[in-house]
Design a protein around this ligand. Structure first.
Ligand code: NG6
Ligand code: CA
Length: 530
């Protein structure tokens, strides 16, 4: 196996693979609460690094999230594992890189379950530790045994109960994909027997209007690209569906629905530890927030959706506080990928963005391999354990979520082991809890076309794979794809992704390239460095 010579790296005073002893985890540490914390993962959709007020947003206020940051920790160098949803979510819940498994790209609404019941998930981690577990909101990881063969009028199997969730109230895919109904514990919620549900991603159902054929029916939101198939609630979608009746969601109520369900769950489960995966539709398209948030920002529907997201966070925090649980609840707030303005609907996101920078000044965005693709807000709040008000610049990746949670529940790693998942690292616990100077030495990310990039300390490598310079189907985003290898260096703490230093630094280029190959070919590669 080729080894990296760390001495060639221009970094000072970093002990790359310092491993924390995992004896007993948080639960038995002195000074920390003896009780296991509740854990709430708040997973926003398409929320960029610059989209929250506490990260410099202009034109929208996010007081509830600002409070979490000022009473907890705010990370400035945290990454989703991919620059789109399904692969990032797959990695978050399983600790496995998405590029190791086929079929983890942006999933259709009739995709089969992508996480198989045999896989070990973060929900399983919590179940083992005696938690009650629940998932709310956007799922986007498939349901049922076979793609396109689900019977939406019956119980879907496998579903979330088969991968560790005791309770679930979810959207099968995204709000812009059919079926447009909530699914509660594997069954359509509020099922309307007078309107059986049929779904196809291949053909329309006879007599059903589409956004393409009947644009006059798009009374709520018109599409800008794509999204011209079935019409639900006056909005065109991806895919075709028929039926649903009173079970069909109204987009303006999605945030209220999932928040109410999560708050109910908190109230009903206040006596025992719980894990909540709260995955919002906000601020994904179609952005159609409730009327009470209209005009909350100066940026139109996209900014108003951020305000709505902030409200959801506030409701969850209030519910925890009311139950006396806030002190010993670990809340993590982050996003599945970077931001996009026009992602297929005429919501005026581009026209109204003003001087706000959704990426916080980074290059690229959703779909891309530049920093804007995967660098996301990341806030950790846990009053019982974490000192408040800190900002951390260490490298953090969502690939470690399962492992860090395992460490928190006190799960013991076998001697020499650092991972309960294929690719995560439980020794990142310290970094997630705010230990000064801690963080990953490296992180791997995947762009929409599967180009991988690797960050190692102050360097970033983007593998040469080729592809269009701009996202080709509508969003005005630079992809970062190139046939040439790209190597960028951090300057004053931030990568300058305009200066490709590959030619000038062949040794460094080789080091990063070899490390990426090592990770690609060997799941536990990084653990063998020590
Ligand atoms: C794209 C959609 C986009 C969004 C994305 C997935 C079109 C033209 N665009 O294909 O609107 O749904 O897929 O986004 O259909 S994600 O955040 O769930 O990955
Ligand atoms: Ca997303």
């Amino acid at each position: 196996m080729s080894r990296i010579n760390f001495s060639i790296l221009s970094v000072a005073a970093i002990s790359p693979f310092a491993v924390q002893a995992q004896e007993g985890g948080i639960a038995s540490e002195t000074g920390a609460s003896k009780e296991l914390p509740n854990v709430v993962m708040i997973y926003a959709d398409d929320l960029g690094l610059g989209d929250l007020e506490c990260y410099g947003a202009i034109g929208v206020k996010t007081p509830n999230i600002n409070n979490l940051a000022s009473n907890g920790l705010r990370f400035t160098n945290a990454h989703a594992v991919a620059s789109t949803s399904t692969p990032s979510r797959y990695s978050l819940l399983t600790g496995e890189y998405p590029w190791r498994k086929q079929g983890t790209d942006v999933a259709a609404g009739d995709a089969a379950m992508i996480v198989s019941p045999e896989q070990y998930t973060v929900a399983d981690v919590f179940k083992e530790a005696g938690y009650t577990t629940a998932a709310f909101g956007k799922w986007h990881l498939g349901l049922g045994a076979e793609s396109g063969r689900q019977d939406w009028n019956s119980v879907l199997s496998p579903a979330l109960a088969d991968i560790g969730f005791d309770y679930s109230y979810i959207m099968a895919a995204t709000a812009d994909r059919v079926p447009c109904v909530f699914i509660e514990n594997g069954k359509v919620a509020n099922y309307d027997p007078t309107a059986p549900i049929y779904v196809s991603y291949r053909h329309n159902f006879e007599g059903e209007p589409t956004g393409r054929s009947n644009p006059e029916l798009l009374y709520n939101l018109k599409h800008s690209h794509g999204h011209d198939m079935s019409i639900v609630n006056g909005i065109g979608r991806i895919g075709y569906m028929k039926g649903g009746g009173t079970a069909l969601w109204k987009d303006e109520n999605i945030a209220d629905s999932i928040t109410c369900k999560a708050v109910d769950f908190i109230k009903a489960n206040s006596e025992q530890p719980f894990f909540i995966y709260f995955a919002t539709n906000d601020i994904h398209v179609p952005r159609f927030p409730h009327p009470r948030f209209r005009g909350a920002s100066s940026m139109g529907l996209r900014g108003d959706a951020i305000a709505q997201f902030d409200w959801c966070v506030g409701e969850i925090v209030n519910a925890l506080e009311e139950q006396g649980l806030l002190e010993n609840t670990l809340i993590i707030l982050t996003s599945d990928n970077g931001p996009v303005l026009d992602d297929g609907y005429d919501d005026k996101a581009e026209e109204l963005v003003g001087s706000h920078s959704p990426t916080g000044g980074l290059r690229g965005g959703k779909y891309s391999t530049f920093e804007g693709g995967t660098r996301v807000p990341f806030i950790v709040h846990w009053p019982a354990r974490i000192k408040k008000g800190g900002v951390r610049t260490g490298l953090v990746s969502q690939i470690d979520f399962l492992d860090v949670m395992a460490a928190i529940t006190g799960k013991k790693a076998a001697p020499g082991m650092r991972s309960f998942s294929p690719d995560g690292d439980c020794s990142q616990l310290g970094a997630w809890m705010g230990e000064e100077g801690a963080g990953r030495p490296f992180a791997v990310e995947m762009a929409a076309n599967h180009t991988l990039s690797l960050i190692l300390f102050n360097w970033k490598y983007i593998e040469p794979k080729g592809g269009p310079a701009m996202v080709p189907w509508g969003p005005k985003i630079e992809t970062g794809y190139s046939k040439e290898p790209q190597l960028f260096k951090r300057v004053n703490g931030e990568f300058d992704e305009t200066k490709n230093l590959a030619d000038e630094n062949p040794t460094m280029l080789d080091a990063l390239k070899n490390l990426l190959e090592g990770v690609r070919n060997n799941r536990k590669y990084f653990m063998e460095f020590q």
